[in-house]
Design a protein around this ligand. Structure first.
Ligand SMILES: NC(=O)c1ccc[n+]([C@@H]2O[C@H](COP(=O)([O-])OP(=O)(O)OC[C@H]3O[C@@H](n4cnc5c(N)ncnc54)[C@H](OP(=O)(O)O)[C@@H]3O)[C@@H](O)[C@H]2O)c1
Length: 257
């Protein structure tokens, strides 16, 4: 196999969560363009169908399956559906996420717990279900979505739930990577900086906050689809076959200082 061929995902199949918008939609498009069939999932069905259409426009193969990741059974159902659709499951991208904002002296514990449920527990639910299918089939790959806030404090109002959840994701990447590498599954993660998605609308729509963020990005621009999809394809591919437990900072240099 040539070096370039090792970046191909031809013949593979994966599940991408949080694929109704933002980074998940970008990642689904990138994986599919590299040859990987994708089961795209989130709650909003019309937006998922738009993701399917965008993937197909690029010549890729995609199927939509709506699910709420707070439903503890969602992982097993998505794995079964992917295998029914594609006959195999090589990878999962654990991307669905949410945030709340409040100064922590006013922390709403129900909201805090929901962020941990969506950003952490739900990732474990799908990862475990996928591992149960992948291990007997010979292995696979998983990519979990952290954030630059997985290793540092926020900058604006309070984001304790979000930072705690992303710190947990990074530890999961290391722990699941350690447990499952001997069983053939490579677990790695992405830690994006600033991509102007729906989650970041409060920043994008505030000239002051946007200028503040841009001032922290040495490359001088926000992240774009091409930036996240290429790194994701790399982590999914044979080219990354010796990477386990790695967190890739996709942030234009925000974490350099
Ligand atoms: N944008 C950035 O700069 C940035 C930086 C660092 C990390 N991240 C991370 O990247 C991931 C994607 O975020 P984004 O920026 O692309 O934001 P986004 O456009 O708001 O996407 C969030 C996705 O998560 C899904 N989701 C949320 N709650 C869900 C639930 N209960 N069940 C199923 N799906 C759910 C949403 O779909 P539905 O609403 O349709 O269910 C949506 O597809 C998150 O984990 C986020 O923390 C983003």
């Amino acid at each position: 196999m040539s070096l370039v061929d090792r970046f191909s995902l031809d013949g593979q199949a994966a599940i991408v969560t949080g694929a109704s918008s933002g980074l998940g939609r970008m990642i689904a498009g990138g994986l599919a363009a590299a040859g990987c069939a994708v089961l795209v999932t989130a709650r909003r069905e019309a937006e998922l169908e738009e993701t399917v259409r965008l993937v197909r426009d690029r010549g890729g193969r995609a199927v939509a399956a709506s699910a709420d990741v707070r439903d503890r059974g969602h992982g097993a159902r998505l794995v079964d559906r992917a295998i029914a659709e594609f006959g195999r499951l090589d990878g999962v991208v654990l991307n669905a996420g949410m945030s709340t904002g409040a100064p922590s002296e006013d922390e709403d514990l129900e909201a805090f717990a929901e962020v941990l449920e969506v950003n952490v527990t739900a990732q474990v639910a799908l990862a475990s279900a996928a591992a149960r299918a992948m291990i007997p089939a010979g292995g696979g790959w998983m990519i979990a979505m952290s954030s630059i806030l997985g290793t540092r404090a926020g900058t604006g109002g309070g984001v304790a739930a979000y930072t705690a959840s992303k710190g947990a994701v990074e530890q999961l990447v290391r722990e699941l990577g350690r447990q499952w590498a001997p069983k053939g599954i490579r677990v790695n993660g992405l830690a994006p900086g600033y991509f102007p998605t729906a989650m970041n609308e409060p920043i994008t729509n505030s000239p002051d906050r946007r200028a503040q963020i841009m001032g922290r990005i040495p490359l001088g621009r926000a992240g774009a689809a091409e930036d996240i999809e290429a790194v994701t394809v790399f982590l999914a591919s044979d080219a990354a076959r010796y990477l386990v437990g790695a967190m890739i900072p996709v942030n234009g240099g925000m974490s350099c200082s």
